[in-house]
Design a protein around this ligand. Structure first.
Ligand SMILES: Nc1ncnc2c1ncn2[C@@H]1O[C@H](COP(=O)(O)OP(=O)(O)OP(=O)(O)O)[C@@H](O)[C@H]1O
Length: 460
């Protein structure tokens, strides 16, 4: 019979009990440690990885009040809260054992035991121990991922008065549980600010779950957001929690909320009103506790007037509304972004001696940045990569495609609405790259999926 890999520590002052328990368990588990004195617990726990502890309640002859057992139980749970402790107690001490369970014991075994009951209890204890260990690993993984995310998104840049106002609102709203709607053009930093709200909130130990609603097809929307039960539809091969559940005690960021089809808007509204979700194919309603943030580049208020977006949903999600101005409306911030990204990419590409000509700097400062911060980021990265010798010159940025038609572009910005400008830029990029999606997406600072969505939206 193959043994299960597990270490079980048994503590009892009765050598006979220790030996017979060891004899029974060693047939099933790889490592059984026995001790007759609970004072050795600290030393063993600091040296060995223990999966389950079997602990006797009484150690002094003539005493059966269980006080010592209770003392050691509290001690173990105090230093290792996730440890699974099974108590051994004599018949007639059941009340004591129940008390011990209230204090953190997993279960108890009555002496004299039956082998089946003993093994079944240890088996169940081990299952719990393994899942406790998994949860602990997942918690740490999550923390590391959050830290990595924070590094990826970096600090908030921008000291213009417009940006200071935005940051002021973020500071006020972060520690509340108010729904926040972040508005702004592509690349203005909506996700960046949502992460900052999460970072400053009391939920920052929980996960930041980002859902791009624009990338979810109608058929996937419910199962992704609310989860599903195994067998709910053909591909539902196992029970799966939705993003609402994954964001428990954290933040759920519903990006591109403007892309949510009208018929699904009422479903989302009901979930937000009831603060409960039901997995697809399951009747159970699960309450959720997650901070909710929303973002879009769509003119939602106008869409409400046009009947494209539900007014009741808009009022539910915009308790606080933050509008991030495009870069061209806060030109003071451009220099700061330029020096920040120059530093980042000089470091990344090991070009620390690189300098930038005044002309190149002026090119960056006078550019209108229709793709906002994402465009500035990509342009400077390109400049750093393309530069020869130790100097970046204007041509390294390859901004000419936009600049040759500078006057037209400026006129467009002044006279047309954002949708039209976006469409124009997508058209330009597609034309410049002769329909090559990857190249056009890169130039626009979008993912391929985001570009596809826009091509579809503008019928291009
Ligand atoms: N104020 C800021 N300070 C520093 N970096 C920023 C700032 N705003 C945006 N960025 C950076 O610019 C890039 C684009 O930002 P982000 O993805 O948040 O924009 P977005 O508005 O959500 O874009 P989209 O609408 O296309 O989804 C990211 O790399 C982000 O880290």
């Amino acid at each position: 019979m193959t043994k299960n890999i597990a270490t079980i520590l048994i503590i009892d002052d009765d050598e006979d009990v220790l030996l017979s328990a060891k004899l029974l368990l060693k047939k099933h588990y790889t490592n059984i440690i026995i001790r007759n004195n609970p004072k050795e617990i600290n030393q063993i726990l600091s040296k060995e990885h223990i999966d389950v502890i079997v602990l006797d309640m009484n150690y002094r002859i003539g005493f059966n009040d269980g006080k010592e057992g209770m003392y050691w139980l509290k001690h173990i749970v105090g230093i290792k809260p996730e440890m699974v402790v099974v108590l051994m107690t004599a018949y007639g001490e059941v009340e004591l054992a129940v008390d011990a369970i209230k204090n953190g014991a997993f279960d108890f075994i009555l002496k004299p035991w039956t082998n089946e009951k003993f093994l079944a209890t240890i088996h169940a204890g081990l299952e719990l121990s393994k899942s406790n260990q998994k949860v602990s690993i997942l918690k740490h993984t999550n923390k590391t991922l959050l830290k990595n995310d924070a590094k990826k998104f970096g600090p908030i840049i921008g000291k213009s008065s417009a940006m200071m106002k935005v940051l002021d609102v973020i500071e006020k709203v972060s520690h509340t549980d108010a729904h926040v709607l972040i508005l702004g053009e592509n690349g203005t930093g909506k996700q960046h600010l949502a992460r900052e709200i999460h970072r400053q909130s009391s939920n920052n130990e929980g996960s930041f779950i980002h859902v791009d609603l624009g990338a979810l097809s109608e058929s996937l929307f419910e199962s992704e957001l609310f989860g599903h039960k195994k067998g709910a539809f053909t591909d539902a091969l196992e029970d799966k929690p939705g993003r609402f559940e994954m964001a428990e005690n954290g933040t759920l960021f519903l990006d591109e909320i403007g892309n949510l089809p009208y018929n699904l808007q009422s479903k989302l509204l009901t979930v937000l009103q009831d603060k409960k979700v039901s997995r697809l194919g399951e009747g159970i309603e699960r309450p959720f506790n997650a901070r909710l943030l929303f973002a879009t580049n769509a003119p939602l208020h106008q869409w409400v007037l046009e009947g494209k977006f539900r007014q009741d949903l808009l009022f539910r999600i915009n308790t606080v509304e933050i509008e991030i101005p495009p870069l061209r409306k806060r030109p003071e911030d451009i220099s700061e972004f330029v020096s920040y990204y120059l530093k980042v990419f000089k470091e990344k590409y090991h070009k620390s001696h690189l300098t930038i000509t005044d002309e190149a700097l002026n090119t960056l400062k006078s550019h209108k940045w229709p793709g906002n911060i994402r465009e500035i980021q990509h342009t400077i990265e390109r400049g750093v990569i393309m530069s020869d010798d130790d100097v970046i010159t204007p041509s390294d940025f390859n901004l000419s495609a936009i600049d040759t038609n500078k006057m037209t572009d400026i006129a467009v910005y002044d006279n047309l609405n954002l949708q039209d400008i976006e469409k124009l830029l997508v058209q330009k990029a597609m034309h410049k790259h002769e329909g090559n999606i990857s190249k056009a997406a890169k130039e626009l600072g979008l993912t391929r999926a985001a570009l596809y969505r826009r091509l579809e939206k503008f019928n291009l």
